[in-house]
Design a protein around this ligand. Structure first.
Ligand SMILES: [Zn+2]
Length: 150
């Protein structure tokens, strides 16, 4: 099974970020930020170029991002945010399609280390959708592995 980890961009300069990914032998980055506009050196095109230069594949999954309406200050209860991330955000057609694409990559790159990235630097799994999505993707992987083993 592909290994799934998560990292954040906030406060990290590109060189430092690449070092962190290389130490963990990351092969593919799934960029799951809803917005990629800040900081400028981590905009989609710039980040992709930086990663490709270091032999790390890059894929942007905007619709697996957590939109601003589902985060503080618009919403203040993190439990509610997590709930609507699962029950609402991930149910949009665009999000479902991106989950399918992510699963396909995971299924074909079984030895890969995949890193989900968000901007925010929280390490509390209740406070960022990169942890919430990691759980979803790992569950899918376990289910398909179980099916293969039958
Ligand atoms: Zn986050």
């Amino acid at each position: 099974m592909a290994k799934i980890i998560t990292e954040y961009l906030k406060t990290r300069k590109p060189k430092e970020f690449i070092d962190i990914l290389q130490k963990q032998k990351v092969n593919i980055v799934f960029d799951i930020r809803f917005s990629d506009q800040y900081p400028v050196y981590y905009r989609q095109a710039e980040l992709q170029e930086l990663l490709i230069l270091h032999n790390i594949d890059y894929l942007r999954f905007k619709y697996l991002g957590n939109p601003s309406w589902n985060r503080p200050p618009q919403k203040t209860d993190w439990f509610e945010c997590k709930k609507s991330y699962y029950n609402q955000v991930l149910q949009y057609t665009l999000s479902e399609n991106q989950i399918k694409a992510a699963r396909l990559i995971m299924a074909t790159k079984k030895d890969a280390v995949i890193c989900l990235i968000c901007y925010c630097d929280t390490l509390n799994p209740e406070l960022c959708h990169r942890f919430w999505l990691k759980d979803v993707l790992e569950d899918f992987q376990l289910i398909s592995k179980y099916r293969e083993d039958l």
